[in-house]
Design a protein around this ligand. Sequence first.
Ligand SMILES: NC(=O)c1ccc[n+]([C@@H]2O[C@H](COP(=O)([O-])OP(=O)(O)OC[C@H]3O[C@@H](n4cnc5c(N)ncnc54)[C@H](OP(=O)(O)O)[C@@H]3O)[C@@H](O)[C@H]2O)c1
Length: 226
Amino acid sequence: MDKKSLMVTIAVLGGTGKEGKGLAYRWARAGYRVLIGSRSSERAVTASSEIMELLEGSTSIVGMSNREAVEQANIVVVTVPYSAHRETLQNVKDVLKGKLLIDVTVPLVPPKVTKVQMPAAGSAAQEAREIAGEGVEVVAAFQNISHEHLLSEDDIDCDVLVTGTSKDARAEALTLVEAAGLTGWDAGPIENSVVVEGLASVLIHINKQYGSTHAGIKITGAHHKE
Ligand SMILES: NC(=O)c1ccc[n+]([C@@H]2O[C@H](COP(=O)([O-])OP(=O)(O)OC[C@H]3O[C@@H](n4cnc5c(N)ncnc54)[C@H](OP(=O)(O)O)[C@@H]3O)[C@@H](O)[C@H]2O)c1
């Protein structure tokens, strides 16, 4: 556990669900203090107990309401279905100021989830920026990582494209990508999240077409600087 992780508290809104629980597990395992947020504190406590069991007793994870989790965190991660995205953010908007918001949401429009259908703002992350307003840095990340990988011990052979409102915000999110055991790339401004979120529908299509459950992407021809 490094010094930096000791100072960071991560709230995972919708952390009772598939993707959020997986990310929460990975960050708690890396030594971060993680708060599972939910519309129901009871569900959040149950989810945090499940993760603690996997971690064999680590106490760095607790469950509470989405709002309480945001209030206590430095970094807020949103992992809710797109249909719940706006409402979830609006409910915590007033306590988000000064925090980093990492949006994992893919703007899927069921039933045609294999077709890219982006919202008027461009992407879910750009909508999040509009809702959160001034004083909140927004990053989009993890849209192309299937939850199937996250609750396992295995290395994950997929990359994470990180877009966001500033280079510093992207760098902070890239630290969490690495802590989760993944390889991340600074993929540029938040406007580029349109492509990354859209790729999720492409991957869902590939899963359906080829009978897989967790297709992902990898960047080739580039290397991280030492
Ligand atoms: N699953 C994946 O492999 C995957 C991969 C990449 C990205 N994503 C994206 O990550 C997000 C979460 O995906 P998921 O599969 O984890 O979803 P999920 O399990 O269906 O839902 C996650 C959580 O969102 C909250 N939620 C559900 N419906 C809601 C509603 N109507 N209003 C408010 N909150 C609601 C629930 O928490 P409470 O009931 O406890 O409040 C739920 O546990 C989605 O945007 C998805 O596209 C998923």
